[in-house]
Design a protein around this ligand. Sequence first.
Ligand code: AMP
Length: 111
Amino acid sequence: MSCLFCRIASGEIPADIVWQDDALIAFRDIAPQAPTHILLITRDHHVTVGELATADPALAATFMSAVAAVAAQEGLSDYRLVFNSGAEAGQSVFHVHGHLLAGRPLSWPPG
Ligand code: AMP
């Protein structure tokens, strides 16, 4: 299994897990870009958010509910959810993940 986030999902590589259920896992980013920087991933391998939404719309919807659950657990009222989709958009790990960023003012537009 070569996918980094599949290896985190399986427990082979440790992560600072903050929330999980049978389909999704949220853990702290190893290189945080904000005071709160959490990644939410699917346990199953999907490459991008678009591919996830096409292959498994129910899981994509559940993913959004999980974002709300993680934000509530972390006490976040203001946050940014980012999906980098494709290398040109900044995706470096090709297993779908949402970045939940919070805890400082976030500028717009992103770089
Ligand atoms: P992206 O560039 O959108 O694909 O985001 C990948 C994210 O994964 C980056 O923010 C990395 O800091 C993060 N990352 C890489 N390896 C790990 C790891 N072992 N544990 C937690 N986060 C990681």
